[in-house]
Design a protein around this ligand. Structure first.
Ligand SMILES: [Zn+2]
Length: 250
């Protein structure tokens, strides 16, 4: 497939995926909620990021692509066995990307099933008590043709379309806000929390590395702390994706 056609197809599928609701669900959370999620996930998210969350009594969700484990992405080294098991033992949620970090829009049903199965086997091979319940679309690209399939495999799938999840949502296309230095500032974080409180909503942040000099896709520890402070000031429940889904009756 030509790169232009492939990217057009991905954009169209992503747009349709946003509008065609595969799994409508009414969120029944009693209080506004926030979840901190990290994709891929860089070692600094598992060390610096997770430690900051723990300081606030919170747990994050780490969407792992097993095929990237211990490899250098050009911006960070992705976590491998030791960090994945460590996060799991400290009650963080280990969740699923595609194994090879391929876009959902490029995968047939068989190829997607294979990607998910390889990731599941990789993660359960590290620790059979890991429960893999939730998925994030690599590059945030939702796929209209894979949504139904993912709905049978996972409780939720997260994209990167900005917004607060509230009222009736599509569990296979959860909205998320960037906790990314280049895309949001302190005011943006405060506004996102205000919106979550006003709508009794579920604010999901996504990020990658957590470093003093973050990559274009990550945040500084200071920005993460700002978001954690904003949550605790407003008494917003800080939950992993799995915990938030339970709280929302999903
Ligand atoms: Zn990713």
């Amino acid at each position: 497939m030509s790169p232009v056609w492939s990217s057009l197809k991905a954009r169209v599928s992503n747009r349709l995926a946003r509008h065609l609701c595969a799994t409508p669900h009414r969120l029944l959370n009693k209080r506004p909620m926030v979840s901190f999620t990290f994709d891929d996930a860089p070692v600094s998210a598992a060390t610096t990021g997770a430690a900051l969350l723990e300081e606030y009594g919170a747990r994050g969700t780490f969407y792992v692509a097993g095929g990237l484990a211990d490899t250098w992405s050009g911006h960070w080294t992705a976590i491998g066995a030791e960090n994945i098991v460590g996060l799991h033992r400290r009650a963080h949620e280990i969740a699923c990307h595609t194994f090879s970090h391929k876009r959902a829009t490029d995968l047939s049903a068989t190829a997607m099933a294979d990607e998910v199965e390889r990731n599941r086997r990789y993660l359960l091979g590290l620790d059979p008590s890991i429960r893999i319940e939730n998925f994030a679309y690599p590059y945030g690209l939702g796929s209209v043709s894979r949504k139904g399939q993912l709905g049978k495999l996972f409780r939720s799938s997260r994209g990167i379309f900005p917004g607060i999840n509230s009222g009736t949502v599509d569990l296979q296309y959860l909205h998320a806000m960037p906790l990314i230095e280049r895309q949001i500032d302190r005011d943006g974080i405060e506004r996102a929390f205000d919106a979550a409180v006003e709508t009794n909503g579920w604010l999901i942040f996504y990020s990658h590395d957590v470093a003093a000099e973050p990559s274009p896709y990550g945040c500084s520890p200071a920005l993460l702390r700002q978001a954690l402070e904003a949550a605790s000031r407003r008494k917003v429940s800080n939950l992993s994706i799995a915990e938030a889904l339970w709280a929302a009756g999903a």
